[in-house]
Structure formats: C-alpha cells, structure tokens
Write a protein that binds this ligand. Structure first.
Ligand code: ADP
Ligand code: MG
Length: 318
C-alpha cells in the first residue's frame, strides 16, 4: 500500500464536516476559516514508542489517546476543539493496525467535533504527533499565569488511577481482574475535560491540565503566576478502586506524582466560587477543592495541618 492509498483509506473523509474547513486533506495545505473575535489555540504533542507508550498498547487505545492528550491541552485553555493534523511515523504498513488506530482516533475526533485536515506519513520508529487547533473568544483563554493569593484550588475527576494502570502494565503492581481492567482503561482512555474547561472561562483565574502529575504541574502554574500553594492531601479525590488497591500513602503518591490523569487543575477567587461550582455541576464533571493559593513561590503539601511528604510514583522519561 502506497502512502497516498494509506491516507485515502484510513484518514480521508472520516471527519464530521465542519463549516469552517474550506479545504481538508489532499492539497498542499488545509484552509480553515478564522473568526474575528476568536483566538486560535494551538498545541502539539508527540507520543513515541518505548517512551510514551509500550509497543503492546492496543492500536485503538493509541489512536484515542494520541488525540485525547492534545484535547486536554485545549481544555486547559478553555478552548473549543476544531481542527487537527496528524504526523504518523510507522515502521511498516500494517492494515489491521491502521484500521484500529484510525477507529480509536476518529472515535475521539467525532465525540469532540475535531476535523482531521492534514498531516504527514513517513516510515521509521513508531511515533504519533498531533497538532490540535481550537477556538476561544479573545481574552477569555485560561492560562497558567492568572492565579492570585487566596484563590481556591480545584481539580476535576479523580487522580492517580492512570499511573497505577501504568504500573500494572509494567508488572510492578498486582490487583484483581476487575480493578485491573478499570486501571488500564483509565491509563489508555483518559477523558479530556473539554466541556469543563469551557465552563471555567470568565470564572477561573488560571488552569493547567494534569499530564506530568499534580505536584509537577501545579509547580508550573505557581511559577507562571508568581504565587505559592497549599494542597490539602486529605482532600485529594481518589477513586474507591485506588483506595482499595494500595495503602493510602501509595494512593496519595500516585495522585500527587503519578501523571497522565489529564484532569484539570484550576484556581478560583472566593467571589466566583459559587458561580463556578454551579457552572461545573452543569457539565456533569466531578470536582474537588484541594487547596489554596498563597504568597511566596512555594508548594506546601499538608495532611491534618502537618507537612506531608509524598512518595514518588512518577514515571521519568529520562
Ligand atoms: P506534501 O508532500 O505536499 O506534504 P503529502 O503527499 O505528504 O503532501 O500529503 C498529501 C495530503 O495528505 C496532504 O493534504 C497532507 O496534509 C495529507 N496527509 C498526509 N499524511 C496524513 C495523515 N497521516 N493524516 C491526515 N492527512 C495526511
Ligand atoms: Mg508530506
């Protein structure tokens, strides 16, 4: 199968039509229509075999996750997904692999209304790069730099499941069959909080998505905002499955340092707290208040009012 046949068979014409795409796959460039009162939010993520995923990952999961991690970045800006390009590097053309991969990719694309408008296809060690574009009303994008002293800190969903799923896949942890399926699904199929992100616009002062782990990611946020933070580890949202699977200090280790949750962390001033909670409740996404922004550019973890030391359950790339 030649490159253009591969593109035609697995990628062309599979996106839901969008009126703002005037020219999609097939020409030298795609053409999309910008709108005057919107900013275009752009983000790019690469997944490399052996680094970001094991070669055993089901192709469907890889297709889904490649897009989900990019959507999570749009969610963190409060942007609405619109278009993506896909740079695909594969060691060989395996049609059943491509079929499952593209099904997973388009499952996420359909759900979130993203149109695949172009890309590149090359031979080499397996890697997937998606560049995603979204739209957000000018001056309404959420950034990492807006947190202020006294703001409340929230996270969506539950934390730590994905990292435990990875440790199960690596043979480091054993759990019963039902929980195993749950954790691995959480690792392979993260839910980007796109709607929640949009509902935070004009209410949250800052936001970031949790890809590297809460401790690492909130440090980016407080650095950008020139503030500090206190996290009450007793308030961290843990799934029942996580609490049952490992001792509590390990569960908190996964939640604080594990990574790949793709939940949102955001800050809200006291005056917007009620409005925010109402607005988020409408999206159906669960959320928890886990701490507060302080002065002094430092992160403090607390449990029952005393300093807390987290176990490191993070996955180091290098
Ligand atoms: P060029 O050589 O001009 O870059 P290509 O032959 O690489 O064009 O690609 C032909 C068309 O197919 C282009 O519109 C490109 O954006 C699209 N394309 C290539 N690979 C992919 C892919 N993996 N997914 C989606 N579109 C792709
Ligand atoms: Mg090309």
């Amino acid at each position: 199968m030649k490159e253009f046949q591969l593109i035609e068979r697995f990628f062309t014409g599979r996106s839901s039509p969008r009126r703002d795409v005037s020219l999609g796959i097939g020409d030298d460039c795609a053409l999309v229509e910008a709108t005057d009162n919107k900013s275009i939010a752009i983000s790019c993520d690469t997944l490399v075999e052996g680094v970001h995923f094991y070669k055993e990952i089901p192709a469907h999961a890889l297709g889904y996750k490649s897009l989900a991690v990019n959507l999570s970045d749009l969610a963190a800006m409060g942007a609405e997904p619109a278009w993506m390009t896909l740079a695909l590097t594969l060691p060989e053309v395996n049609e059943s692999w491509l079929s499952e991969f593209s099904d997973g990719l388009f499952e996420a694309a359909q759900y979130y209304g993203v149109s695949l408008v172009g890309g590149d296809t090359t031979r080499g060690p397996r890697s997937i790069t998606i560049t995603i574009n979204g739209k957000v009303t000018k001056d309404e994008a959420l950034t990492r730099s807006g947190a202020r002293n006294g703001d409340w800190i929230y996270v969506t969903g539950t934390l730590g499941d994905s990292a435990l799923g990875l440790d199960i896949l690596r043979g480091k942890v054993e759990v019963n069959a039902a929980d195993k399926a749950y954790f691995i699904k959480r690792h392979y199929y993260p839910t980007p909080r796109v709607l929640a992100g949009q509902s935070l616009r004009q209410l949250a002062t800052s936001a970031i998505d949790l890809s590297d782990g809460l401790v690492s990611d909130i440090n980016h946020l407080i650095k950008s905002s020139h503030v500090g933070a206190i996290i009450d580890v007793d308030a961290l949202p843990l799934s029942l499955a996580l609490k049952n699977a490992v001792p509590i200090d390990e569960a908190l280790g996964y939640a604080l340092t594990g990574g790949e949750d793709y939940e949102l962390l955001f800050t809200v001033p006291e005056a917007q707290k009620g409005a925010l909670e109402t607005s988020l409740a409408h999206t159906g996404v669960t959320f928890s208040k886990v701490g507060q922004i302080t002065t002094g550019e430092q992160l403090k973890l607390q449990s029952n009012g005393a300093a807390f030391e987290a176990i490191n359950c993070g996955f180091e790339h290098f």
